[in-house]
Design a protein around this ligand. Structure first.
Ligand code: 5GP
Ligand code: MN
Length: 323
C-alpha cells in the first residue's frame, strides 16, 4: 500500500490478505509508513509491518525479496512507496497492481486498474467475487473482511457523497452488508473517534488559518511545523481538514499546505469539472484523482504558497466555470 495509508489502502490490503490467507497462502501486509490511530481496529492490522519502523525494516525487506507475488494496492506509482519503492522495484517476484488512481506507471505484470472505481476496496471486492463465481456473499466474506472493504469504500467516497459514487458502489456495499456487519459502528470508529486535541486543532485551523479567495472560488490553509508541534499534532491530525474548505459557499477548490520534516506536503480537493490532479501534477510533483490530489514541494512553505497564488490566475476561468 502507499505511504501514509488511509482506510482504503489499509482496508483493501487487509481484506485481500484475509482472502488469500483463507486460500492457504502465506501473506505479509506491509505499509511504507505508520497509520493513524482510528484505523487500529481493522482486522489483521496487528500483523502489518511498517517499513520505516526500525524493528520492522529488515523484516519487510526480507519478505519482499523472498516473496513469490507482490500485490501493490491503492497506488500506481512506485514513488508513493517512499524508500520502499526501490526494494519493490528490484524484487524478483512479479507484481499485481490493483488501483484506481489516474495515470499508472507500468511496473506491474498484471494490472487491475480502473479509475471509474471509487476505491481500491471496491476493486478487491469485485475481484474476489469474480474469483469465487456465484458463491453467496456470506460464504465468501466474513464480517471482519467486509468491514475492511467497507471502510475503504466509505472513506474514499466521503461517506457516499463524492462524484465517484456509482450504482456499482452501492451494489457492492449492499452485498457486503449481507454479511451482517454494523456499518454505523465502522463510521463511528473512523470518524467519531478523535482525541479532543484533534477537534481543538480543527477549531484553531478553521478560525485562524482558513483563507478564502472568492475571486478564485478557492480556500486554502497553511500550517507551519511550529503550529503542528504546538498542537502536538501527529500525521493523522491534519488528515481530512482540507475538505472543510469546500464547505464554504461558492468554493470549488480547497488546498492545504503542511510544513513537515523539511518539505511541504500539499493536499488539494475540488468539486465537479475542476481537476486538482492536473494542478498537482503540473506544479507540485503530485497527482491523484480529479477531485482529490496531493503533492510535495521542497521550497519553503512561503515560497510554495506564493507559487500556488501565482498560478491561480491561469486557472481562474476553469474555476469560475464549475457548476
Ligand atoms: P491526501 O490529500 O489525502 O494526502 O491525498 C489525496 C489523494 O492525492 C491521494 O488519494 C492520492 O491519490 C493523491 N496524492 C497525495 N499525495 C500525493 C503525491 O505526493 N503524489 C501523487 N502522485 N499523488 C498524491
Ligand atoms: Mn483509494
Amino acid at each position: 500500500m502507499h505511504r501514509d495509508p488511509d482506510a482504503d489502502a489499509l482496508g483493501s490490503s487487509l481484506g485481500w490478505a484475509s482472502y488469500l490467507i483463507k486460500k492457504g497462502h502465506e501473506v505479509t501486509v506491509i505499509s511504507p509508513t505508520d497509520y493513524t490511530a482510528n484505523l487500529r481496529w481493522l482486522s489483521g492490522i496487528e500483523h502489518v509491518l511498517v517499513y520505516d519502523k526500525p524493528g520492522d525494516h529488515s523484516k519487510c525487506k526480507k519478505k519482499i525479496e523472498q516473496s513469490t507475488l507482490i500485490c501493490c494496492l491503492d497506488f500506481s506509482a512506485l514513488s508513493r512507496l517512499k524508500d520502499l519503492g526501490k526494494v519493490v522495484e528490484e524484487a524478483a517476484a512479479p507484481k499485481l497492481m490493483v488501483d484506481h488512481h489516474l495515470e499508472p506507471e507500468h511496473f506491474a505484470k498484471w494490472m487491475i486498474w480502473d479509475t471509474y472505481a471509487a476505491a481500491t476496496a471496491q476493486l478487491i471486492y469485485a475481484l474476489i467475487k469474480e474469483l469465487e463465481g456465484n458463491l453467496p456473499t456470506q460464504e465468501i466474506f466474513d464480517i471482519p473482511m467486509a468491514e475492511c472493504l467497507y471502510a475503504g469504500i466509505m472513506t474514499d467516497t466521503g461517506s457516499f457523497r463524492h462524484g465517484n459514487v456509482t450504482p456499482e458502489v452501492h451494489l457492492a456495499v449492499a452485498d457486503l452488508m449481507l454479511t451482517g456487519f454494523d456499518s454505523s459502528r465502522v463510521h463511528r470508529l473512523i470518524y467519531d473517534n478523535a482525541p479532543l486535541s484533534r477537534l481543538q486543532f480543527l477549531g484553531y485551523v478553521l478560525s485562524q488559518k482558513l483563507v478564502v479567495l472568492p475571486e478564485y472560488r478557492t480556500a486554502y490553509m497553511v500550517l507551519t511545523e511550529a503550529e503542528l508541534q504546538k498542537f502536538n499534532s501527529s500525521t493523522g491530525e491534519t488528515e481530512g481538514i482540507v475538505n472543510y474548505g469546500l464547505q464554504v459557499e461558492n468554493v470549488v477548490m480547497s488546498a492545504m499546505f503542511i510544513e513537515r520534516k523539511g518539505e511541504v506536503k500539499i493536499s488539494f480537493r475540488s468539486v465537479g469539472t475542476f481537476s486538482v490532479r492536473d494542478l498537482a501534477s503540473s506544479h507540485f510533483n503530485g497527482g491523484g484523482h480529479k477531485n482529490a490530489s496531493g503533492g510535495r514541494s521542497e521550497q519553503s512553505v512561503n515560497e510554495t504558497v506564493a507559487t500556488f497564488l501565482s498560478i491561480l490566475p491561469s486557472y481562474q476561468q476553469a474555476l469560475l466555470n464549475v457548476d
